[in-house]
Ligand binder design. Structure first.
Ligand SMILES: [Zn+2]
Length: 91
């Protein structure tokens, strides 16, 4: 069978099994190296209070929230795009 991608859509190389993560959107179990990782930062301070604090020069900590998406959810949410055969060759 023809191979669509040299890596098979994964980034593990010769590492073997790296475990699975659950998709944040649909709950599907995806290999960790295949899942699309999306980190968003949120502050635990309320927006109105945070704005005042920032103006007075206070440093407000950002808390990272990591989300993993399966390939179909990542495409549906436009985190990754479908690329043509020629585009897929470029990394
Ligand atoms: Zn999903």
């Amino acid at each position: 069978m023809a191979k669509k991608r040299k890596s098979g859509g994964r980034s593990k190389g010769g590492k073997g099994n790296l475990g699975k993560v659950q998709c944040s959107s649909c709950g599907r179990l995806v290999p960790r190296d295949k899942a699309k990782r999306k980190t968003s930062y949120k502050t635990l301070v309320d927006f109105a209070i945070g704005k005042e604090l920032r103006q007075s020069g206070t440093h407000i900590a950002r808390v990272p929230f990591v989300k993993y998406y399966c390939v179909s959810c990542a495409i549906h949410r436009h985190h990754v795009k479908i690329r043509s055969e020629d585009d897929r060759k470029s990394r």
